[in-house]
Design a protein around this ligand. Structure first.
Ligand code: 3PG
Ligand code: MG
Length: 418
């Protein structure tokens, strides 16, 4: 990577503004907000240990949720400070603001190895607006900058773009953290020069979300496997009937273009040959968002090319799962983004589970490098209990997609060059 990393700079006795992505899922429990998954906090520990060992004074900053520039008590980072202190076995101070005199004073008395977590940056609208005055106020807290918030690197916000700009102007170093470095290595460099056979597995709901990734990876991959609801748009593009399945009729041309491009380049482009379908029945109830709740009745395998008019597809079928698994087991490099079906429901989880097992097996037995991106894919591999068996799980959802598209990430571009 052509950017400075924490390993390249001497941060001893320096106050360092460390942007992390502590946008963790939370749930209200007994009137208090509780963190339901600490993965994102855990993933920054390597960087924090490195900074502590090297005597940096650490000012941690993050967003949490989308409070739209207002103070939302339910989106306070205070519980994260407590959880982090538990994980590290050392104190983590917390201030209930991210700029101003009180914050400056607390940051000013930090000693080497001390840690302070600031309150949610997005309590100020200036954060998302990348307001230069707000960035100056944040930058006042430190002499150096580290970005370990890969999950937010696709955002050009004050804490990801504005602050490093100020610190660089002052001659201070702006470096990538170890998590950031690792993500960019796998989602960037490794995929740019993949080992072969390179198998790309793309699932999820929409063609429109993933088409740029598909388009770019057709140029690198040997085989592309398509699953999830987006497969129904590809089916539709081939003139087949998809019943009540989720589709994007306006993306049929885009789907056909991807198929043609793959053909031209000699890339194997596989679509499901069978599906698990069910009949949606309106329960008459409404969900929290006021949308009707459906019951999926009579789940069954459909091996015919067309899906019946009254049915909806929810997973790849057993023949597809077998075929995809076989291809995956022969791979030396695997990228997986997006589940094969509605795996949250055990009736529709077999396809995703089969793919997860094949990815783990290829990694273990075939020495394949397996890279997973996207929140749902990570949830699926965790659910399968196979998370330890893959090479790299990305901590970024939207950001991992943008990275795979080959987009310039503002949070990375803002760092100092090596
Ligand atoms: C994420 O969870 O994807 C990141 O933390 C970015 O959050 P955002 O989509 O609200 O910017
Ligand atoms: Mg998001």
């Amino acid at each position: 990577m052509a950017k400075l990393t924490v390993k390249d700079v001497n941060l001893r006795d320096k106050r360092v503004f460390v942007r992390v992505d502590y946008n963790v899922p939370m749930e209200e429990k007994d009137g208090k907000m509780a963190i339901t998954d600490l993965t994102r906090v855990r993933e920054t520990i390597l960087t924090l240990d490195h900074l502590v060992q090297n005597g940096a004074k650490i000012v941690l900053a993050s967003h949490l949720g989308r409070p739209n520039g207002k103070r939302e008590p339910a989106m306070s980072l205070r519980p994260v400070a407590e959880a982090l202190a538990d994980l590290l076995g050392r104190p983590v101070a917390f201030v209930d603001d991210c700029i101003g005199e009180k914050v400056e004073k607390t940051a000013g008395i930090l000693k080497p190895g001390d840690m302070l977590l600031l309150e949610n940056l997005r309590f100020y609208p200036e954060e998302e607006a990348n307001d230069p005055i707000f960035a100056e106020k944040l930058a006042k807290l430190a002499e150096a900058y580290v970005n370990d918030a890969f999950g937010a690197a696709h955002r050009a916000h004050a804490s990801t773009e504005g602050v490093p700009r100020v610190i660089k102007r002052r001659g201070g170093p702006c470096a990538a953290g170890l998590l950031m470095e690792r993500e960019l290595k796998f989602l960037g460099d490794e995929l740019d020069n993949p080992a072969h056979p390179f198998v790309v597995i793309i699932g999820g709901a929409k063609v429109s979300d993933k088409i740029k990734v598909i388009d770019r990876l057709i140029e690198k991959a040997d085989t592309i496997l398509i699953g999830g609801a987006m497969a129904y748009t590809f089916k539709l593009a081939q003139g087949l009937k998809v019943g009540k399945s989720l589709v994007e009729p306006d993306k049929v041309d885009v789907a056909n273009a991807a198929i043609s491009k793959a053909k031209q380049r000699g890339v194997q482009f596989l679509l499901p040959v069978d599906n698990v379908i069910a009949t949606p029945v309106n329960t008459g109830k409404l969900n929290k968002k006021g949308k009707p709740v459906f019951d999926w009745q009579n789940p069954r395998v459909n091996s015919a090319p067309n899906i019946p008019d009254d049915a909806e597809g929810f997973d790849i079928g057993p023949d597809t799962a077998r075929k995809y698994s076989e291809v995956i087991r022969g791979a030396k490099m695997i990228l997986w983004n997006g589940p094969m079906g509605m795996f949250e429901d055990p009736r529709f989880s077999e396809g995703t589970l089969a793919v997860a097992k094949a990815v783990a097996e290829a990694t273990r037995k075939n020495g394949a490098k397996s890279i997973l991106g996207g929140g749902d894919t990570v949830t699926a591999i965790n659910q399968a209990g196979l998370n330890e068996e893959v090479t790299c799980m990305s901590s970024g959802g939207g950001c991992s997609l943008e990275c795979l598209e080959g987009a310039v990430l503002p949070g990375v571009a803002a760092l100092s060059d090596k």
